[in-house]
Design a protein around this ligand. Sequence first.
Ligand SMILES: [Zn+2]
Ligand SMILES: [Zn+2]
Length: 276
Amino acid sequence: MKLSVLGCGAPVSHLPNVNTQSPSAYILEWGHGGKLLLECSTGIQDRLKKKGFDIAEIQHIFLSHIHTDHVGGFPSLYQDLWLNTLWEKSDERRLKASSTRTIYCSRQTSTNLLKILRLLMPESKGRLYPYPELNFVDIQNKARLELNGAKLTTVPTFHGSGMVRSLAIRVENYEGVFVYSGDTGICQGIEDICRGADLFLCEACAITDAEMRARGHLTPKQAGLLAKNGGVKKLVLTHLAAPRLHDLEPVIQEALSSGFAGKIQIAQDGDVINLP
Ligand SMILES: [Zn+2]
Ligand SMILES: [Zn+2]
């Protein structure tokens, strides 16, 4: 299994003296042709292209929740795929661009995303593009799915003051166990799903515990505690608040103060991380 980091940042494009990172997007690849785009933030096509990924090849997408920094690029990716089906000269690639996209997300995410897509194309009177079709796998609660020989499990987590239906995802096969937190605070879902992960990609967006409790984000120490209690092998912190990006060492130290003794890394745009 291999994780490519296309965007590990919080939703801010420019802060003076801060090396800001792109908003959320990752690609997880595994044997038997498994490829899953995790999140679809603004500018996703450019970042995919720069890293050598073809949007026509991206058939499966996981969206943890509806917030802009996680789904803001979906409408333009969708439009881009439609235009590819019109203008691509290669039959093979045109077929790939036009094939149904499967999107794993909560019912709240799919409902709102479909509303947004329709609002963006009023001339279509409620119809979407004929291609690609969008197959939303609406996840109301826990789900167990299979994709290219890997088992996919999702659980609801606590985020957006409890008003946002957010999901974490676990992908496992003979190569290892990968878990991505999405945006979450401490809750039973995230405690359960990260158990035994070889690689736990975990948000650490909160700066204070009070902020974490109120809005549903984790501090680096909370992420470390989850990893410690879950027996995680490697913790990759992501989605840091932008003001923390200029000095990463205190973030590592805070995560280590949890007592977690495994490997810790802070994700950076462009990273490629292999499992285990
Ligand atoms: Zn969020
Ligand atoms: Zn977020």
